[in-house]
Design a protein around this ligand. Structure first.
Ligand code: GDP
Ligand code: MG
Length: 609
């Protein structure tokens, strides 16, 4: 397949607009997977993806499709040429826009899928600009036209007014009934340009993704930009300087299919004896050892927006958790991990995530795929503090900020985001109230059409990390769509809020809050904690403090009876059962000082902002 017969494209859309379903239909239409293969969303391989119905890891599949381009003359009985099409499915959620831009680097065009009833949503806007800025050809697809509330004409008008896309270019489809699907691949071939690389030039491959396979070792997904890669070639990484041999080379069709060769413009996989995915830096350039090439522009490195501590729920399990995290980060290199010690929780890890969903997915995978039991601390964002001696401290864990610093804090900065919110106009009032409570600053306000409003805000990242999206959804009856990109740090009046149990500060419960909210948060936190910490044999006091000033206090009175007292001298099995039950309940507990704290307590902390 010479480059003229290759097309690399991606499907981008707001979450739930039908990308994965559409990808399935295209794979079926080209016979790449069998119809009714029993697993919807073929490309969503992870268990979390199936359960949550979201795509987390971008996946690639190669298809073959016969098509005669207009103007070609096949009158002499020549068959229409077969094209090699690489489809790269992308996640739609904000947290994973890093994966989206990565996928786009291997593409010349995209299908921009929009739900015919919902119209343009926040992630449609974000994804459109990612593709637009990369100079990709955009093929608009209005999907779900089978729905009774579908209004394709309205969506066409939105595409025109928001993105200046020609309404006549939009394809109307239903991935459910199959209507209109036959137009998609011809449009891909005719409108999206062939990959531009040169076959005669020295090999340059872009490393798109990598994952670890038990049997084969590290498998790298690559896009061959220039030249040709053959099995047995000696290759080197521009990023690490390491050299390897291409032991296995092929395409994803849709499973790994060895071909022994990858030509200019193709997307495929290489196995090269790398031992860990740390060697496979995403965005790296790979070339033939002994040639010298200009490295390709890489990707901007993933930015960690949310940090949280992970501790084994049962103190002895540190090694097991360590092992599980190592294995999982082999497949999710976008998480940063450093070891940390907490006075309250012992040995654990500080993990940096791209966003809250990313964090949730990481936790879920850790438990489901690696059987780990963890206690996770309240997520926090990275702050910068400056002290009177001029020194600065980057705080990824509130516990590292001294509660009574020797040097006075002279300034603090917090990260902000630029948020895009799209809502039906009747919800403007409540949404404005919500964003002002969250210290938002309006940047833009306009109408998409007569019913929908588009708003842009600068918001402190901290304020959206804590339950913002759920709240936004609930005050707009689920109609709001939301997306954000990270922006600059801004100065803010921040204080550290400590939680003390029986007079002892619990480092893992410390948070950093805006000064104006500190009292309310302190009060709500102590009240919440009172409801989730069980009574114990002694009285427990819960206090919130700023520096040495106590701002809120609650007490949990002592339990009167021993759990076992009820069956004293009684039935032994019953006693054992009770002990078992107690042990079960303790699984997600941590003993801090002498107080047992359930994981639930940390979740409650998250709900107060
Ligand atoms: P993604 O988040 O963009 O990947 O969306 P999915 O492909 O997971 O689809 C989201 C939901 O919309 C699923 O329940 C699909 O079955 C449904 N869906 C996808 N395409 C269509 C369509 O053309 N018509 C209708 N009625 N539903 C669809
Ligand atoms: Mg999907």
């Amino acid at each position: 397949y010479p480059p003229e017969l290759v097309r690399n494209f991606s499907i981008i859309a707001h979450v739930d607009h039908g990308k994965s379903t559409l990808a399935d239909r295209l794979l079926e239409l080209t016979g790449t997977i069998k119809k009714g293969h029993g697993q919807p969303q073929y490309l969503d391989k992870l268990q979390v993806e199936r359960e949550r119905g979201i795509t987390v890891k971008a996946q690639t599949a190669t298809m073959f499709y016969k098509h005669s381009v207009n103007g070609d003359d096949f009158s002499d009985g020549k068959e229409s040429p077969s094209f090699l099409l690489n489809l790269i499915d992308t996640p739609g959620h904000v947290d994973f826009s890093y994966e989206v831009s990565r996928s786009l680097a291997a593409c010349q065009g995209v299908l921009l899928v929009v739900d015919a009833a919902q119209g343009v949503q926040a992630q449609t806007v974000a994804n459109f600009y990612l593709a637009f800025e990369s100079n990709l050809t955009i093929v608009p697809v209005i999907n779900k036209i089978d729905q009774p509330t579908a209004d394709p004409d309205r969506v066409k008008a939105q595409l025109k007014s928001m993105f200046d896309l020609d309404p006549n270019d939009a394809l109307l489809t239903s991935a459910k009934t199959g209507e209109g699907l036959e137009q998609i691949l011809p449009a891909v071939i005719e409108r999206i340009p062939a990959p531009p690389g040169r076959r005669e030039s020295p090999l340059r491959m872009l490393l798109l993704d990598s994952y670890y396979d038990e049997y084969k070792g590290v498998i790298c997904h690559v896009a061959v930009v220039d030249g040709v890669l053959s099995k047995g070639d000696k290759i080197s990484s521009a990023g690490t300087g390491q050299s390897y041999e291409a032991l296995d080379v092929g395409i994803m069709h849709p499973e790994l299919t060895p071909t022994g060769i990858l030509l200019t413009g193709q997307v495929g996989y290489v196995v090269s004896g790398m031992r860990t995915t740390k060697e496979a830096r995403v965005g790296d350039t790979i070339y033939h050892t002994r040639t010298s090439v200009e490295p390709l522009p890489g990707f901007k490195p993933a930015k960690h927006m949310v940090f949280s501590g992970l501790y084994p729920a049962d103190g002895s399990d540190f090694e097991a958790l360590n092992h599980a995290i190592e294995r999982l980060t082999c497949n999710d290199a976008s998480v940063s991990i450093t070891k940390e010690t907490s006075t309250a929780l012992g040995l654990g890890f500080r993990c940096g995530f791209l966003g809250l969903l990313h964090m949730d997915v990481f936790h879920q995978r850790l438990e489901q795929e690696y059987g780990a039991h963890v206690i996770s601390t309240v997520p926090t964002v990275p702050y910068t503090f400056e002290f009177s001696d001029g020194s600065k401290l980057e705080v990824q864990n509130p516990a590292t900020l001294p509660s009574n610093p020797k040097q006075k804090v002279t300034a603090c900065w917090e990260p902000t985001v630029i948020a895009t919110i799209i809502i039906p106009s009747e919800y403007v009032g409540p949404v404005i109230t919500l964003v002002s409570e969250r210290r938002g600053q309006q940047l833009e306000y306009s109408f998409i059409d007569s019913q929908r409003v588009f708003m842009k805000y600068r918001l402190p990242l901290r304020e959206i990390v804590v339950d913002f999206y759920n709240e936004l959804k609930s005050i707009t009856s689920g109609y709001a769509s939301f997306d954000y990109e990270d922006s600059d740090y801004q100065q803010a009046d921040l204080v550290k809020l400590d939680i003390l149990l029986n007079g002892q500060p619990v480092d893992a419960m410390a948070t950093i809050v805006h000064n104006t909210k500190a009292y309310r948060v302190g009060r709500e936190l102590t009240e919440k904690l009172k409801t989730v910490i069980d009574r114990q044999m002694f009285e427990i006091t819960i206090q919130a403090a700023i520096g040495s000033k106590i701002i809120a206090r609650e007490t949990i009175s002592a339990m009167r009876k021993n759990v076992l007292a009820k069956c004293y001298g009684g039935d032994v099995t019953r006693k054992r059962k009770l002990l078992e039950k107690q042990k079960e309940g303790k699984k997600r507990m941590k003993r801090v000082g002498s107080v047992d704290i359930p994981q639930e307590a940390f979740h409650q902390l998250l709900k107060v902002s």
